[in-house]
Write a protein that binds this ligand. Structure first.
Ligand code: SF4
Length: 408
């Protein structure tokens, strides 16, 4: 039985005089280049409906100082290398046990077929999403890996990234879960960037009946260690938070502060994703409340203000309408595929790219196609000699965005 999760929203509907005064003073104290305190971030994220427009205006102004006039996206194919996973997150519709309908590990031929089809449609990113270390609990996965000729899922992932890099013009971006220092080094040799959602710093969500019950790879300290190790190795890294999984407003701010702290030390956080939980049938959290649109806007805006010089993404397919997110300080819509579904949220199709362009322009921004690695991190990757450097150099235009290809 899963808890019914409810964020403390008392302050979000109507603003009490004391909160209103605290909000106004936190807003007045905003100053470009000056870091925001935890207390100020909490006053901002707790703002009432009447104060929300001011918060959004501040966040949009901060975005415009960072990346004026543009919102980017990455044209990608989604490669669910395996949906077997040793974790059982309460909100996940992607994972399978080997005996479940739809359990699947892609073959090298399948990987290459999808990547080549994406290449013809102008994609530049091969997003590898997969369950975390399934071979540790499933003999069937160990057998599959033996048949394919690999010792572990990570060895197989490394080979598939290398295959895509060698055989196509796509650049791999793997999201394989927790990684050791050695595996970050190995995967960084075959992909210009990688990712791991921190999700939350609230370790109490590992308790029985909570979202991360029976999810050993969701221990916040372990995830922070992976992100920190990527920083030590200068690997451009995507992370983010997942809101609406039982965390509090304080947890959201603390998660953003943990990311800010790592970025201040290593400068490697290329992108922060603010993702909202969506309830789905057949998941343990099917009856848990979803975060409201207002919560999403407040979280994105505070994320932008806490991390003014970090690329900020919110997925358009998880909010309806999604246009308002452009007012909250994002500068990226994330990976969008003209070919493959969002296997993590299959019931929420990505918007058509032409529609996304029109709606982005209606908000006053130009839509631009980026690569999986953001422009400000490209020089560092190109400096490493080898195939990855050559492929990245060939894919990037003079602004570090995607060189547009003629599509089939
Ligand atoms: S969210 Fe990721 S780690 Fe959790 S069950 Fe799903 S695939 Fe596994």
């Amino acid at each position: 039985m899963y808890h019914s999760f409810q964020v403390t929203l008392t302050a979000i509907t109507a603003s009490a005089p004391r909160q209103r005064a605290a909000f106004s003073s936190a807003l007045a104290a905003l100053c470009p280049g000056a870091p925001i305190s935890r207390a100020s971030a909490l006053h901002l994220i707790r703002c009432g409906e009447d104060e929300l427009p001011e918060l959004l205006a501040a966040a949009r102004a901060a975005k415009e100082r960072f990346k004026p006039g543009v919102i980017t996206y990455s044209r990608k194919v989604f490669l669910p290398l395996t949906n077997l996973c040793r974790d059982y997150c309460g909100y996940c519709t992607f994972r399978r046990d080997p005996s479940d309908a739809g359990a699947h590990t892609m073959s090298p031929d399948e990987v290459l077929t999808v990547a080549r089809a994406g290449e013809k449609l102008g994609c530049t990113e091969a997003l590898f999403s997969l369950g975390d270390k399934p071979e540790l609990i499933f003999p069937e996965m160990r057998q599959t890996l033996r048949r394919l000729g690999y010792r572990s899922t990570l060895h197989y992932l490394e080979a598939m990234c290398e295959l895509v890099l060698r055989e196509t013009t796509l650049l791999p971006h793997p999201n394989p879960g927790l990684l050791s220092a050695e595996w970050i080094t190995r995967l960084a040799a075959v992909s210009p960037s990688m990712g791991l959602m921190l999700e939350t710093t609230n370790a109490s969500l590992l308790a029985s009946g909570a979202a991360h019950d029976n999810a050993p790879d969701k221990v916040p300290a372990k995830r922070l260690r992976t992100i920190e190790e990527a920083g030590k190795q200068n690997v451009p890294f995507t992370t983010g938070l997942l809101i609406g999984i039982g965390e509090s407003l304080e947890d959201r701010v603390d998660t953003l502060l943990a990311i800010r702290d790592l970025h201040e030390r290593y400068g490697h956080i290329q992108e922060v994703i603010v993702q909202n939980f969506r309830a789905k049938r057949a998941i343990p959290m099917a009856n848990s409340p979803e975060p409201t649109a207002g919560e999403m806007l407040r979280t994105v805006a505070v994320a932008r203000l806490l991390l003014p010089s970090v690329n900020m993404q919110a997925p358009p397919n998880l909010s309806a309408p999604y246009d308002d997110l452009a007012d909250a300080g994002i500068n990226d819509w994330g990976g969008i595929s003209p070919l493959t579904p969002d296997y993590i949220n299959p019931e929420k199709p990505w918007p058509h790219l032409e529609q996304l362009r029109l709606r982005t322009e209606a908000k006053g921004f130009t839509l631009r196609q980026r690569l999986p690695v953001y422009p400000e991190f490209i020089a560092g990757v190109i400096a490493r000699p080898g195939l990855l450097s050559e492929k990245l150099r060939a894919a990037a235009n003079d602004h570090g965005l995607a060189k547009l290809k003629r599509t089939a």
